[in-house]
Write a protein that binds this ligand. Sequence first.
Ligand SMILES: *Cc1c(COP(=O)(O)O)cnc(C)c1O
Length: 428
Amino acid sequence: MIYKRSSALFAEAQRVIPGGVNSPVRAFKAVGGDPIFVKEAKGAYLYDEDGNRLIDYINSWGPMILGHAHEPVVSAVVDKARKGTSFGMPTEIETEIAALAVEMVPNIDKIRFVNSGTEACMSAVRLARGFTGKDKIIKFAGCYHGHSDSFLIQAGSGAVTFGSPNSPGVTKGTAQDTLLARYNDIEQVEGIIESNKGEIACIIIEPVAGNMGCIPPVKGFLEGLRALCDANDILLIFDEVMTGFRLAKGGAQELLGINADIVTFGKVIGGGLPVGAFAARSEIMDYLAPLGPVYQAGTLSGNPLAMAAGLAMLTELNQNPEIFKSLEGKTEYLHNGIAKVLDEENITYTINRLGSMISVHFSEETVVDFDTAASGNNDTFKKFFHGMLDNGIYIAPSAFETWFITEALSYNDLDKTIEAVQKVAKTL
Ligand SMILES: *Cc1c(COP(=O)(O)O)cnc(C)c1O
């Protein structure tokens, strides 16, 4: 395929935008080459600036679970836009989407909307600290919770890909309050709590990790965290920015049957517009301003266009919960198809999958945490990525990412994808 115009646009972009992109992983640093510039998208397909059509497995990194330019979402946004795009005053639609989210997600009474997943996680941690009166937090290596200072201690996708686990600009003071644990290692968490008795405000985790490929929790791990939190007055934060409204109506909490104390959202909840949210039981949420002492605010929070997109998206997922089964079926089909082809070509791989999240690792080991995710062969991944692209399939430009299955994908698209894997596998 030819990407002449994309490359020219990238050159232009680099003159005025650092690295030519507004979020680093878009820049193809991990796989080499120039990024593809998108012109438009519809359903399961991206149309790039050179006129190529690509089957999309990123879907804006998750939000487009029903496909691009999904009609009910588009018309909700267009209708709203005609009536004014921001007021900085309360609007009825904010209550409508809040009530729907509270109905869909188990174990939450109140929700507050912000503008990104980063903001949601940053605010959730502040709330946990305010509520418990403690400073330290535990996070897991390879989990990504956005780019706020407390989390850039050894971040997931972006920073891992670029081999700079600690970002300059994050102070030592901030770093001291973030304790790092290994995903799926409950004994280690127990030890960390033991040696920081009475100091830990919260444990924040992706209940199904999606920023080091897809890594489901091993049996008993989340249950163990829940028990440790209960025994030590620690709040458990599920970062469901990726898994919320994707793995089930009620996200990972519902699918896995484990309750968190605070839950964060992003991606799907905004229907493709910039939205994040965090939610908890009333006792915790009422600790926020203006009711409580913990400050949190936003000029564009609860923006009418964003709320309209989110409400249209959640309404459809709420009315058609069979979508989640259908997505899982498609993901399983893809898994089986890819596994068969890679087996036939004698390629070393591990495929992880849960619900509509799936990742292919060119690794001999079972991938259960950051170290095993990092054990994958990156050169093989690079070849795989470019090979798939040449065959019209767009997967994430990094080995540390999940593929996001969208309901807009047909079984014919999946077959084409498996055929592409077959062709590419012969070149690996
Ligand atoms: C994407 C993501 C974030 C950050 O969300 P942004 O909207 O990019 O700020 C946080 N946590 C998880 C689990 C994510 O996947």
